[in-house]
Structures are given as C-alpha cells and as structure tokens.
Ligand binder design. Structure first.
Ligand code: WQD
Length: 328
C-alpha cells in the first residue's frame, strides 16, 4: 500500500512526506516541479508530472498500489489569484477534478485535501470553528471552497471519502533543519521577518499598528508545519479506519500578533529584527485563530509545538540556508 502525495516537493507537502516516511508509510510524490524542489523530497520516489494528466495519475496509482491520496498541489498566492484567476480555476479546481477522476479510475477512495481557513474570509466569530460561514474573499480562497464541495459530491456519486484540512498560518521548518520554506516566493510574515533579520531584504513592513489588539498589530494562528504534517498522517489513518468525510480546522487555537512574531525571532536569533511601520494591508482581518476542538476529537490530534519552536526552526533553516534549496 502506498500514499500518493501531490505537491510533495513543496513546503507542507515535503514535511508531510518526511513525517509519513518516518512512520514507515510508503510514499510516492507527484509534482510538476514548477515550484517544488527535488532536494526537499529526500529519498521518496518522485514522479514529475501534472495532476491534470489523468492517465498518468491512474497508471501511477496502479503501478504503486496507491490506496490513499494527500493533495497539496495548488497555486496559493492570494494576490496573484486576483490578477490571473484563470491559472487558479484551471490548476486548483480543474486540476483537482482531473486528479480525483484519475485516482477513482485506479480504485482509490480515500482523499485528504489541503484546504485553508481563508475559505471563511474575515472571521465573524472567534475562535473560528468548522460551522463558520464559507465566505471566500479571493479567487484563491474560492478555489479551496469549490474543491471542498466537489469532494462532497464525489462522495455522493462515487463513494469518495475525504478529509478537507483548513490550515491556518503554516510556518517553521523541520526540527533537524534539513528542509524548510522556500522564501524566494513567500509573501508570508515569518519568512519575510527571517529575511529582514538576516539582512537579505530591507526592513520588514509591519502592516498596521493601530488595530484593536493588545499591541496594535494583527493576530493570526501560526501552526508548526510539522504539526500540520502530523495532522495529515492522522487524517489518513482516520480514513483507513473507515472514517466518514469531514472538514477540520487545523490550527493551534492560540492567537499571535505580528510584534510577537518579531520578538520571538529576536529571541531565537539574538539579533534585532529591522522593521518599518506601514499602512494596514487591504483585506487583513484584525484577528483569526482556530477552534481545533473537532480536529482533536476526530483525529486525536492537537498541535504540540510552541511559537518559539516555530520561530526557532525557521531561524535554523533560513540562517543555515540563506539561498534556500538553491544552495543544495
Ligand atoms: C500574516 C500577518 C499581515 C507580511 C495566510 C495565507 C493564507 C492562509 C492563511 C493557507 C497579517 C502581517 C504580513 C508582511 C505584515 N493559509 N504581515 N508584514 O494573510 O494571514 O494568510 O494564512 O492557505 O493562504 O496567506 O498570512 O503571512 O500574509 O500575514 O505585517 O510583510 O502578518 O498583515 O496580519 P495571512 P500573512
């Protein structure tokens, strides 16, 4: 039995591949390598190809005796999705349909999907649980919401069982510093703070310090990428044990501000993080953090790594590999 991991050469995908392998699961990675890195995949088998190639997907599942799928492969830049929506409709939505059809043709019926808390848009209630309204505020978020519904309907028409994992803010790197985030494309706070701390960029911009929060900066739920990887493995086990389709919020349940991320980075690095105060960023909710109760009761999972674990692992990775995977 093997697990097909699409996008397994990417950030969360590569950490999930490592977690699965360290728990003696056989993995095969399908990645277009448009943004993935070969060195992030380690000794896992890598098939270079696109989820849109149904015949490739079916053949790969049959030849590797695939019984489950974790689907990470997608574009994820919110701003880009508003400028080039066609890329997101085709790659994220049509690509998921092609992948589903490809695995169904090989008899695979267990599917874990990389979704996002961004399907809820601006939270109407905190903490955010799975009953929160689905109200995407970007094409990217809409593609995640659409694939969740497509998976539901494949459950009705083809008995596909799926767990949609709504991540909050993934951050950090593997504890041994062997893999981490590629900051060359990252627009997220943690890699940008690391870049500024390492003098690889101008000072990081703090988008607003006048929010109604304790220190005036926005609050998010930063979750260690290895906690996310653990959650995916438990979701696969849940499906293997006959679990019904479900949607889970995957966060720590703890809110952390931008300044708290900066201060944690200063603790981890022993250096001052240069920053400038900038205007608020359009579309930023003042706060977003998860209610992870359902993930706990469904999977027996909870996040175990702290903010200092997240920032310390990110610092070790970026300071040791300032060129990211290019240096491998
Ligand atoms: C975090 C905070 C910014 C950059 C992300 C993903 C989204 C979804 C949820 C998976 C905000 C502030 C940022 C900077 C800053 N995850 N910030 N200066 O917007 O919460 O969304 O998590 O799908 O896809 O993008 O993440 O890292 O962009 O911002 O002050 O240079 O940091 O205002 O408050 P966000 P982010």
């Amino acid at each position: 039995m093997s697990i097909l991991v699409t996008g397994g050469a990417g950030y969360i995908g590569s950490h999930t591949v490592r977690s699965l392998q360290s728990n003696d699961r056989k993995v095969v990675v399908l990645d277009s390598m448009e943004f993935g890195h070969r060195s992030a995949v380690g000794n896992a088998e890598l098939v270079v190809g696109n989820v849109r190639d149904r015949a490739l997907v079916t053949e790969l599942c049959k030849s590797h005796n695939v019984t489950q799928v974790v689907h990470f492969a997608a574009y994820k830049a919110v701003g880009e999705s508003m400028e080039h929506p066609d890329r997101y409709w085709l790659n994220n939505v049509a690509g998921s349909v092609d992948l589903i059809e490809g695995v169904l043709a090989a008899g695979v019926r267990e599917f874990v999907f990389s979704s996002s808390c961004s399907v809820n848009g601006t939270p109407t209630k905190l903490p955010v649980d799975e009953s929160a309204p689905v109200a995407p505020e970007s094409v990217y978020a809409e593609t995640k919401a659409m694939v969740e519904r497509i998976l539901h309907w494949y459950g009705v028409t083809h008995e596909l069982r799926a767990v949609s994992m709504r991540y909050f803010n993934a951050a950090g790197a593997s504890a041994d510093g062997a893999i981490g985030e590629d900051w060359s494309r990252a627009q997220n706070l943690v890699p940008l703070v690391m870049k500024a701390a390492l003098g690889k960029s101008p000072p990081v911009q703090v988008f607003g310090t006048d929010y109604p929060t304790p220190d005036g900066t926005c609050i998010r739920d930063y979750i260690h990428v290895d906690d996310l990887a653990d959650a995916h493995m438990r979701a696969l086990d849940y499906l293997h044990d006959g679990g019904a389709s479900t949607t889970l919020n995957v966060g720590t349940g703890t809110g952390t501000s931008v300044f708290e991320v900066i201060h944690a980075t200063e603790r981890a690095s022993g250096q001052t993080v240069p920053y400038t105060v900038a205007p608020r960023r359009a579309g930023d909710p003042v706060a977003s953090y998860a209610d992870p109760t359902k993930a706990g009761s469904t999977l027996g999972w909870s996040a175990t790594r702290t903010l200092d674990d997240i920032i310390g692992s990110a610092w070790r990775w970026h300071s040791a590999h300032p060129e990211g995977f290019a240096g491998f």
